[in-house]
Design a protein around this ligand. Sequence first.
Ligand code: CP
Ligand code: NVA
Length: 317
Amino acid sequence: MNDNKVSFKPILKGRHLLSSADLNAQELAQVLDTALDLKARLKRGEPTHILEGKSLAMIFEHPSLRTRLSFDIGMYQLGGRAFYLAPTEIGLGRRETPSDVARVISSMADGILARVRDHTTLLELANYSSKPLINGLTDREHPCQVLADLLTIRERFGKLTGLTMAYIGDGNNMAQSLALASALSGLNITIITPPQYWPDEEIVHQARQLANGKSFVKVSNSPEAVGDADVIYTDVWASMGQESEAELRRRVFKPYQINSNLLEMAKPNALVLHCLPAHRGDEVTEEVLEGSQSAVFQQAENRLHAQKGLLVHLLAD
Ligand code: CP
Ligand code: NVA
């Protein structure tokens, strides 16, 4: 037994995190509180070996820098270990069915992180995994990224409730997870996107139900809707798997670029966020991404801290 092991009271033991809406408002706030506490302890050099002896298997069907590294280092800092499984090793759905993969991995590992192309594959893995399964990005949602985003906003403004975020760009996995998590946090959100790229109507409806009249969830096609935003968020116009549509999307989304003109329409100190990787000159200009209002690298670092907050609540004894 390592003397550094720290005891901890988990609140999500054994659960899956497939969607941002799998947490309720209190659980989401608690994960963020824990993340801030673990971040402070790390900065003070205090040991936090809450997951000593625990293992996380990581399935990736798409490439990753932030997700892979933050879970890997996060498990290491918590006294556990992560095991990376490359797309070529598993061949999900080709070499082996998701149901078999989930049963094999969950018989050995304490938890699974999965980045898969289709959300339906994640749901199948979840049905057959006897251990917590974490969504590391699908075509529907990216809930781990949103934990880091909310942490970054909290650090900047000291709160979430009552603030307004404008997400501008594709109504994609990021937009959908942001809508759900914002609603849970009392953060107003306007998703600004051309009509043919609006987020899934069912998810917008679900987000409005979660907000329960306490905050708004709007969808607009007008870039001017950034006007009342405290936070302006964007993501790539063509997500992983949509590379063949990149040229078409570049033309359609051009008016939705975050540039200095668009920033002038927003509140003077509006925070600029981007989940990264960024395509400078497409969804955001170099000037804005590197400018004083941008917090994208703090946001990327917060992937580590936010997910440590999540991991301890899911996996600690
Ligand atoms: N933001 C994000 O998920 O980055 P990666 O694709 O590099 O993991
Ligand atoms: N929407 C992007 C997010 C990358 C982190 C994608 O799915 O590729």
